[in-house]
Ligand binder design. Structure first.
Ligand SMILES: [Fe+2]
Length: 411
């Protein structure tokens, strides 16, 4: 069996680097070599013997077509291959629901509330199943679940999505088992402080400043609920407290500025903050306009720190990690930027993307068109941004809807 086109010629093919795979990994797609020969059927474990055999024959890379699964009717999760099964998504959502309801009940009777041992054990069980599925589906994609059955489900669904993306990120960035579990659990618990806010305020489309002040208390309220609980990991507590801090000091509850942000907010929590913003963009209340995943990733990139920006939310290294872990997964196996996009580098120079790099999407091959003062260069300069890894794209301009191949500065 062969592909009609050589994988080399198809931009949509995704590479699997054999040196980076683990024996036992299963892929949801058929894997092919460079000539288009079928090497491994979907869902078959990749054995160490096959990896050794391929490497000894100088085959270092296999390919799959991320679109090939899209016709499967049972694929679910908006037709993406499932990094996490729908059963696990449901049990995560149910866990969030019973936990939030319990905390809300406790707060009705007293200002003190705590997460019970039973809830913590139940959550750990769900996260452990989730992590197992993630490791069994190495190329699994994930579409944020946006189908609300009823309005009250909004925050459970938000927390479920954040939890799954946190677990995925923990696995893709090779954090250890404890941290992966803490990321999934902290992701599910991160907004429990919102149980102290009435649903009238939470569900309002036009929130007043007063409403936002009330809502912004949720990080402190949530932290108070978990602060003294010896069964919870320190990282889980930090996620509750710090997931709304921003690199420019405009976050809360502390508002750490650029100089203190990276010291005071752990790296894992900084990436959770990006995940939280991502989910907030693509899962909106009814009546609000949600962003598509590609649009959301581009909007997030535009919040990365660069010396010429006055406001920004994320450090470049954290955003790089976020994209490396989740960019392909949440964008259906595609880049969120592409050839022809007009971008601004951290230096302030403006360039056009000539070729994307799968492993380092923020360091593509580019042609610089304008200097940092936005003056046109007499001779555009071609640069492979991988050769200077400190350099990165800090802004992508919106494409003009009419001209798809020629980007224009419009943002
Ligand atoms: Fe929050």
């Amino acid at each position: 069996m062969t592909l009609k086109k050589s994988p080399r010629s198809g931009v949509s093919h995704v590479k699997v680097l054999l040196r980076m795979t683990r024996p036992g990994s299963r892929y949801a797609h058929d894997l092919f070599d460079e000539e288009g020969n079928l090497i491994l059927k979907a869902h078959t474990p990749l054995s160490q013997a096959l990896i050794n055999h391929l490497l000894s024959g100088n085959t270092e890379v296999l390919y799959y077509d991320p679109k090939s699964h899209m016709d499967l009717p049972e694929a679910g999760l908006n037709n993406a291959t499932q990094a996490v099964s729908s059963g696990t998504v449901d049990s995560t959502m149910n866990t969030a629901r019973t936990l939030f309801d319990d905390i809300r009940d406790q707060l009705n009777y007293s200002p003190e509330a705590t997460i019970s041992k039973a809830h913590i054990n139940e959550t750990r069980g769900v996260i452990s199943t989730m992590l197992k599925e993630i490791s069994d589906n190495d190329d699994g994609l994930f579409s944020v679940i946006t189908q609300l059955k009823n309005l009250d489900d909004f925050y459970y669904l938000h927390s479920t999505n954040v939890s799954i993306l946190c677990a995925l990120m923990g696995s893709r960035l090779d954090f250890n088992e404890d941290i992966r579990t803490a990321l999934g659990t902290g992701g599910l618990f991160h907004d429990i402080g919102l149980t102290s806010v009435s649903s009238d305020i939470l569900m309002k489309i036009d929130k007043s400043d007063e409403d936002f002040d009330r809502i912004s208390m949720h990080t402190h309220v949530g932290y108070k609920i978990v602060e003294k609980n010896p069964l919870l990991h320190e990282l889980e507590k930090r996620i509750l407290l710090l997931h709304h801090e921003k690199a420019d000091g405009n976050g809360y509850p502390f508002g750490f500025d650029y100089l203190h942000y990276s010291d005071q907010v752990p790296r894992e929590v900084r990436i959770v903050a990006i995940i939280n913003d991502y989910v907030n963009m693509v899962l909106r209340l009814p009546g609000e306009t949600p962003a598509g995943s590609r649009q959301a990733l581009r909007a997030l990139l535009n919040r990365v720190y660069a010396p010429y920006k006055k406001t920004y939310s994320y450090l470049p290294a954290d955003f790089r990690d976020f994209i490396r872990a989740l960019g392909f997964i949440v964008n259906g196996g595609d880049f969120f930027m592409q050839r022809g996009d007009l971008v601004r580098l951290e230096t302030g120079e403006v360039a056009i993307i000539e070729e994307m790099n799968r492993l380092y999407p923020l360091n593509p091959r580019i042609r610089i068109l304008k200097n940092s003062r936005l003056e046109n260069l007499k001779r555009p300069v071609q640069v492979d941004m991988l050769k200077n890894y400190k350099s990165y794209i800090a802004h992508v301009f919106e494409r003009s809807p009419k001209k798809d191949t020629q980007a224009s500065v419009k943002d």
